[in-house]
Design a protein around this ligand. Sequence first.
Ligand SMILES: [Zn+2]
Length: 414
Amino acid sequence: MEMKRPEHVILTSHSNHVYRETTPIHWGAKTAKERGPIIATHSEHRNAIGTHAGSYTVYRALSVASGQFPRNHRPDLANTTATVELGPYDSWFDNNIVSLDPWGARITESYDDLLKQNYNIQPSIAVTSAHLQIPEISKSIEEGKIKVDGKVVVQKNDIKVTKAAIEPVWYLPGIAKRLELEEGVLRKILFQETGGMFPELVTRPDLKVLLPPIGSTTAYIFGNPEDLANPEVELTCRVHDECNGSDVFGSDICTCRPYLMHGIEEAVKTAQKGGVGLIVYFRKEGRALGEVTKYLVYNARKRQEGGDSASTYFYRTECVAGVQDARFQELMPDALLWLGIKKIHNLMSMSDMKYNAITRSGIEVVNRVDIPQHLVPLDAQVEIEAKKAAGYYTSGDVKDGETLDNVKGRNLHD
Ligand SMILES: [Zn+2]
């Protein structure tokens, strides 16, 4: 395909030159119409900074650059609508949600008139249904811990699930407020720390919405998704941050996959009892510090004098990364609020940061469920004991002093 590209670059810094035809965004409004569409595509209608597809936007740029992807492509949205309609819920209004677009799955029904007028408005949320086949869960089914009920677990190993993919859509004044920052300071630092990726952050204070180039979030729902919003229906939930090493490849240095699988098993059981189960999976690899930093920390932990120890677990991360954690759990509850959740009966997480963020968002948590000790890999004892000592929830003992020092991990070359 031959490329026809303009040779000049149009900067979007001056409001009198671009985005003249835009529609306003009234974030937190009670209807999609009143709120107005988020338009983050190439067009004169654009009213948001950034682009769709999070970090994959860079791959799309490569496709465009190499001539494979027509820059003016408009998605054909026929038959793409959600398999279940969720909301609108009260939690969608009044800026309770600031890091995703609650109307993001309802583009065709909400903005049909504008789509017909050639506005390039794209969904930022998609909802579909699927079957899961997971070795650990299949084993639990074979052992009779989970029954084939023909509703949640169908056939031999198949678990029915509704899943939603959610792109980040940030309402910058709301994000600033959540983090207790001035919006201007937030915008300036976002601009500086991304190497100046989005000049509009500093030149266009009138544009309040940013689609940042970061990973998305996926919700896996077992049982009836509409029941998530009913506090009378038992809800078992795990909010899980990505750990590729453990989740996908079975690395034994942490508890991520075992806890995730335990979360899925309990979520399925709750759904089978007439409740609802939920796993929300956030792409925040290595405490949102990235996998390179994570592996550097592993080496530093295991090579330090005295070997890998629970008592120096957080210290080693901070030495390498400059911070213990960069996940900003303050934004995490938005996914729960989008699903209309008011009450979590069983929270499958020991993290005090997650618990505090969820309860601060107004969601009630009844029980906190820690990972059963027999699911913790031997080498992950360092992580779990360090976390318990640092204030993570546990129904068991908390080690300190010498007993914490004595929780040791494997050597690097064993
Ligand atoms: Zn992990």
